[in-house]
Design a protein around this ligand. Sequence first.
Ligand code: PHE
Length: 364
Amino acid sequence: MKPEEIERMRDEALAAFAAAGDLDALQAAKVAHTGGTSPLALANREIGALPPQAKAEAGKRIGQARGAVSKALAARQTELEAERDARVLVEEAVDVTLPYDRVPAGARHPLTTMMERVADVFVSMGYEIAEGPEVEAEWFNFDALNFVPDHPARQTQDTFFVQGTREDGKPTVDDESGIVLRTHTSPVQARALLSRELPVYIVCPGRVYRTDELDATHTPVFHQIELLAIDEGLTMSDLKGTLDHMVQALFGADMKTRLRPNYFPFTEPSAEMDMLCYVCRGESVGNEERPCRTCSSEGWIELGGCGMVNPRVLTACGVDPEKYSGFAFGFGIERMLMFRHNVEDMRDMVEGDVRFTRPFGMEI
Ligand code: PHE
């Protein structure tokens, strides 16, 4: 047990601690140089066999060497811990000056803002907003609007019946008529005529229901906006001017509408209203170089239905058709939102994913 050997063991331990670059390496060096199988521990065990004088001497040397080793270990441990703490402070620092993650305030759904935007066009012309129930008497939804009793639209494949009618036309429950989820906003025409003083200028935005499957262009619950104007001397040119004004207010000054003959029981004459294609603005017509996918190069897009209010509706609502006339139109808001904002799939409007609604902004 030579003194130089003990010094060498000590020096190797000190060198290993100094060389340890982090706490894990130091832990390994600690096991190697101070553990039960380290050279100094083994040497300590061997001195038991020495004669007393040599034993005392070697014990002293080894004790001193082990003392120096554990002191150096503790010092390196403190040093490496301080280094680690300084590094963690820098790496895990939080920049409290960064903008915080605001909880986004909610905004109205694009369908709601679209509906109000359309209604506003007419409110600024003096029209009033009118409302009616979504659960509606069959009489208002159909009879008052001159639908014959066996009109196909009443069939359950189009209409959600809340309370049906028997085959003989009598209600299944003791009441005055069947009850339906309104299939259009037109029953508000009858409600407005029955409850308001003439002349009547109203616009009615609201939710309507039809037994359609949800797909890219249909939804069983959708929205319409209805307009009704009843006054003395109103003609079809008033209707046309009102429609043109609306599409110009929504799509720009070069916009216009066209009417195509059609049939609705509650208007006569009736028309389908088209607006100039909002993509090509009619320029794709006959232009083979630049076809338009949106309107199939027709130049026009179908918007909704309209017409002069049928005198039979006026009569059913107690209005003298000799004195008063007027016009009405109605169209779907979902389609309008598709046109005005290039929405391709109606399902996006009902699924409630904020990734769809967010680009419409925070309008409230
Ligand atoms: N109510 C009709 C529909 O839902 C549209 C319409 C409204 C037609 C007013 C004429 C007048 O299809």
